[in-house]
Ligand binder design. Sequence first.
Ligand code: SF4
Length: 448
Amino acid sequence: MALTGIQIYKLLPKTKCGECGVPTCLAFAMSLAAGKAELAACPYVSEEAKAELADAAAPPIRPVEIGTGERKLKIGGETVLFRHEKTFVNRPGIAVLITDDMSDEAVNGRLERFKTLEFERVGLTLRADLVAVKSVSGDASKFEALAAKVKNKTDAGIILMTEDASVMEAGLKACGDRKPLMYAAKKENADAMAALSKEHGCPLAVRGNGLDEVSELTAKLTEDGLNDLVIDSGARAIRKALEDQIFIRRGALLKKYKPLGFPTITFPCEMTDDLVQESLIASMFVAKYGGIVVLSDLQGHCLFPLLLARMDIYTDPQRPMATSPGVYEVGGPNENSPVLVTCNFSLTYFIVSGEIETSRVPAWLVVVDTEGLSVLTAWAAGKFVGDAIGIFLKKCGIMEKVGHKKVVIPGYAAAIVGDLEEELGDWEVMVGPRESAHIPAYLKEWKA
Ligand code: SF4
């Protein structure tokens, strides 16, 4: 049973030091009970109290890890229903399905696309996370060979999919050391799957015919000592599957109902034969509230928007998206190419670099650290000003890359020309267009 705020308060140091971000221990206890604070925020909790509070401090949806090494995926751990309340913490894993009745060509194609479909965005690499290996034939040796092949071809996390414990054992023989997610324990095979999960230390997915059955299974498995569980409600009709996702999240967060306090796995690949519609269904589960989203295939035109949607939903809405400060080459510039300066608000960076590309005039784009603020906001906040930009231009190495002494600043920052020229000495500061859309025309006229 989760502890109440008062019960938690009794275990806190009661010094009201405020280091946890709220003024009193009572306020902190209330936040902790509501799942809005983390116990680690108070540096003075005793070890005994920590042990007692572990239950109250645990997120209502248990975090579960799949895989090993750098590409280990953590799902769950969420504490809110809506992104505007607090950030969603662990983005859902996107998986591609491979079955043991596919041709070698089909398997290799999916694995190749899994490896190569990577997109750079805002300094992040966006890509799918997991390969789901499914036994359709029921042949243990075929499943083992396919699991081994997937393990050798990628370092990403794996989902082993079979309801036959002996087939699952064969898959685990091939890739158990990669800590795959085992899918799935059902009423009929729960004991055998639980034994394998314990033996190999792998997380286990639970599939039920509806949420009542799922709850019974998770309660039984947790009593058996298994905690790293993932839920599949079994629904494959879109509306019902979405309802279940919402019910699970609300049950875990608002009712503190432990049997549903686990991340989920969803299967858009089993809900339609149309890849575009599948991507739409997948984006719905990214928003609400899939922990893993399994796709039938990966194609760039479907995967890229899905990854972007996931990135947008799982970024902190209170913190602007920022690009790393530095010198960016757009279109292969040389020593005679123009140098443009902008802020590191991601949207501005992408718009400006996109317009430079459109102009087909190669250029250097110097991105100054404005803590993710846009040009005007940063200027007003004193972060996009002449002396700061001048110091950055001297430090970032752009002066060694070009043979001229001209720099273009955004039109909206025209007021900083004097300060910047003073900081740069013999450099000419040119005022570019106010609107990014006018950059191509401006660059075509620009001369070193
Ligand atoms: S940091 Fe700990 S001791 Fe200090 S006010 Fe917060 S809960 Fe109380």
